[in-house]
Every structure is written in structure tokens, then in C-alpha cells.
Design a binder for this molecule. Sequence first.
Ligand code: 5AD
Ligand code: SF4
Length: 550
Amino acid sequence: MSHNGLLYIETVGCQMNVLDSELVVAALRQQGYSLTPNVAQADTVLFNTCSVREHAEQKIYSQLGRLKYARRKRPQQVIGVIGCMAQKDQDLIFQRAPHVDLIVGTGQLGEIPRLVDAARATRKRQTALSLDRREGSRSEVAASFESYDPLRDPEMRPSPWQAYVRIMIGCDKFCTYCVVPMTRGPEQSRPPRDIIHECTRLAEQGVREVTLLGQTVNSYKFTQDGRLWRLSDLIAAIHEIPAIQRIKFVTNFPKDMTDDLLEAVRDLPKLSRYLHVPMQSGCDEVLKRMKRGYTAADYRDMMDRVRATIPDCAISSDFIVGFCGETEESFQKSVDAVREYRFKNSFIFKYSPRSGTKAFELLADDIPEDVKRRRNHELLAAQTAISEEDNADFIGRKVEVLVEGPSKRAARGLSDDALPGWHGAAGPPLPTANGSSHDHDRDDFVPLSVIHSNDNVGGSTGWHALSEERTKGVANVAEAPPSLSTGSSSVLQLTGRSRCDRIVVFDGNLRLVGTLADIEIDDCTPTTLIGRIVTREIQHGSSALLPILA
Ligand code: 5AD
Ligand code: SF4
């Protein structure tokens, strides 16, 4: 059956999902598809989904509901649900949304081009799923989850100088609240040689910053040619790639934060001095019920080691409020932890019971919604006050920023050709940025950081929205005073991140994008440092000075 080759893809969730969508889109583009931001025009519609909280799933079902009647008028259309929800809910999705044609789990994404064709040709439902964790031995289940990392199409990255690189898939921690071990399967590290090859290729394509992804990235382990590689060994090797300027990794598991890794962050200049290490709760009883495998005192020891080794390292955390049996006293321990550790930011979630998890089976979801909501606000307020105070310390200081692109305000005023190869807010639609409710995040351009967090949903590979109950001004988004310039052809408001991962906005020339610039900080909000350029930078690979404020 013929079709118009237009693909609409909507992505919710974590960076893993963003990367998966990038790769799926690249594969479909090779088959001649092109992206459209308009679902009504697309003969192929994919939802790359998240199951971490119920809200994320409900939104996908309502999106699917909206397509039901349009689908009848478009017999050539194929609608697919891919990713975590597909793996978790499987045939249930066909029951709830009978017009869906395709269900493909996280471990089978390579099958999508073939299955889209098959669904259209046969008009029969197509399914590709990995085994459930109880359906086979660990190695059988692991074999059914394939790491999907084909060679990249540089066109498909949201920005040409930044890329996600998956270094492992899956998770074996089985925290009692979490679906990720089910939706992403057993923990499996990728071979170092594949990862280094991928980073080298990305560097050749112009990438300057790589973010290494894993659900528990610091648990990375791989024995290659008789040598054991840990994360610290891997980042040391990636550090050798000359064109790579910045290396980040998310998300860390507190118990696996070893000294060799902290020393690597301390000693290797290209490493961001930033660690995302979710604490989840400050209370031992809650941590035990969550089966996190550490106590509040263990977390404190870990933080003491981080501070002793890398005093200027920024730390961010995740917290769940209203987990089963969380008393007011337990909750206050999370507030105390936020105050004690002064996180750069925290991502705060109301507990959402998920079928298939131990907490869902064994523990009552006994904290009323209004209490969850109030705790969410309270923890967020504590965090926001700290973020603002700590950002204020930067005023008058100079920070080195890797320039990412126009700020959201400036991006709105740009034409599509302003930055060739750049797929930010002013460019073609991002494969990931469509349709969710937190609009204040969604249409921002803070490359690779918030575009995907439009619903605060996803796996735990690093989180960039601060709170489900956030109402204003605390998104991890470059917010800047309206007085700064926008849309000018030569100078406009740019955004980037400091070495400790703080968002910085400043005025400068677009040609700075992808370079390091020194910025003097004049002002701040809880989420953003606001400053001006103080140095001229030499463009990579060129001896010419850039006109910075032409
Ligand atoms: N309910 C609420 N938050 C959850 N998270 C994971 N599972 C749940 C759940 N069932 C949060 C954790 C994790 C982040 C990615 O999402 O804080 O670190
Ligand atoms: Fe694994 Fe993180 Fe989920 Fe725990 S919260 S099971 S470590 S993905």
C-alpha cells in the first residue's frame, strides 16, 4: 500500500528514549521517510513511550484516542507504540487502542522499519517484544534485549555538537517502585571498543560533547581481551579523543560511586564536574522499603567522599515523595537531606504505583494524593531556595561555558537556515519534542536537556525537570530577562552549560556555538546564570579569532 513517507514521532521520557528516537528516525530516514511535526499529515505515527509513572502512560492513551477517527479515514496509516510501555503493557495496548498497528519494545527497536512495512502491507498487527524477566534465565532474557546502537545519521541529532552515547542497557537493581528492570531488561554493558569507536565517529562528525547513558551508569563493567573496564577506564579512553571537549555521564547509583571514578572526574579536564546521584529518600525506613541497598548514612559517606575528592562538583538528585508508608517525619528527612547536601537541583516525583513492581504487589499506596502534592511542593521549595542561593554565589565569577545554541527566546526569532545542521527550536521539528503537557519545558531550546522532559517522565538516566508539581519558574530551563537581545542576525542570546552543568545565558555571535567561552556572571535565577562574554575564543581547527559581538 502506498504512503506519503511522512513520519510523526512523539517521545516522552528519559535521555535513553531520546536517543532511541534519534536512532529509529535515522533508520526510517534511510528508507526515505521524512519527519513532519503535524500528526494529521503523517502516514506513519510512532509514540516512543515511558512507563515510569502512570501519568505518562495515560497521556499516550489519550493521544492514541485522538487518532482513532483520523485513522479510519487513512487506511494507509500505521500507528506504532514503541519503547517502555510497549514492553510493559504488550497486547493490553491493542485492547485499549485497537487502531494501533505496531507494538515494539525497547529491546527490539531495530525491527521497526521492517514491521512498519509489514503492518502497512498486510494490515495485520505486528509485535516485537523481549522476554519478560520471569520468562527465561537471565542470559535468555538478556539476549532478547538488544542494545540498539546502529551508526548514526548526524542529521538526526538535535544539535551537531552534542550526542548521547549508550554505554549500557537495562538494570538489575530492582528498586521496589521501579519498572525499568522490566521494561529495559537485565543490565548489560556494551564493549568498550564499540563505545570508543562510536565516540570517535561522532567526533569526526563534529560532536564536542558526549553524554554517556546508563540506568546505573557507574555500574558499567566489561571484560575485553582479558582486561576489566570500569566507567573510569572508559572515560579515560574517550578523553583521549582530541575533538571531544566535554564528557558527562548519567545516572549514577549511590552505592557504585567508587573512588576511581571520583578521581577520574577530578583529574580529567574534559569531565563535567557534575554528578547526578539520586537519593530518593532521606529516611532509612523508606530506603529499605524501596530496596535501594543503602542507608542515609551510606549516602552521607558517599557525599563526603565526593566533596573531599572534588570540592567544586555539583550534585543533583531525584526524590520520590509519598512512597508507601512515608510518615511526615520520614518526609522531613528528605527535606533535611536537600538542605544538607545543597543539590544543584533535584527532580521530585510523587510516588506512582506501577504494576509488575514489588511495591505494587506488596505495599499499600497509602499516602493521599493531596499529601503527596503538598510534600512535592515543600521539597521543591526547599530545593529552589538552595539553588537560588548557590547560583547567587556565582555572581561576579567567571565560568567556562560550552556554547550550545540560541536561548529559547532567541531561537523563536531565528529562521531555519540560521544554523545549518542544528535541529533546535528554530529548526525542523525535533523527533522528541512533540506533544505533552509541560509546555513551558517543551518549547524551550536547551539542547538535549529539557526537550525530552516535557512530562517529567521516563527511566532514570538523568532528569531535567524539577518537579511534577512545579507550577512556575523552576524548570531547569534557561530563563532570561526580556531585556536581553533576541533574533538579531549577528548577536543574540545564547545558552550553554558551565563545567558544573549550570545553565548560562549571555549575548554572543552564533558562530560561538560548539566552542568554549568564558562568561562573567552578573545575575541569576534558581535555574540559570546570566552573564556576558569576557574572552575571545579561538575556533576549533582554525587560527582565526571569532567576532564575538559583531
Ligand atoms: N513513582 C514515582 N517516581 C518514580 N521514579 C521511578 N519510579 C517511580 C515511581 N513508580 C523516579 C525515581 C527515579 C526517576 C527516574 O523516576 O526518582 O530516579
Ligand atoms: Fe534501576 Fe534506577 Fe529503577 Fe532503581 S530506580 S530499579 S536503579 S532504573
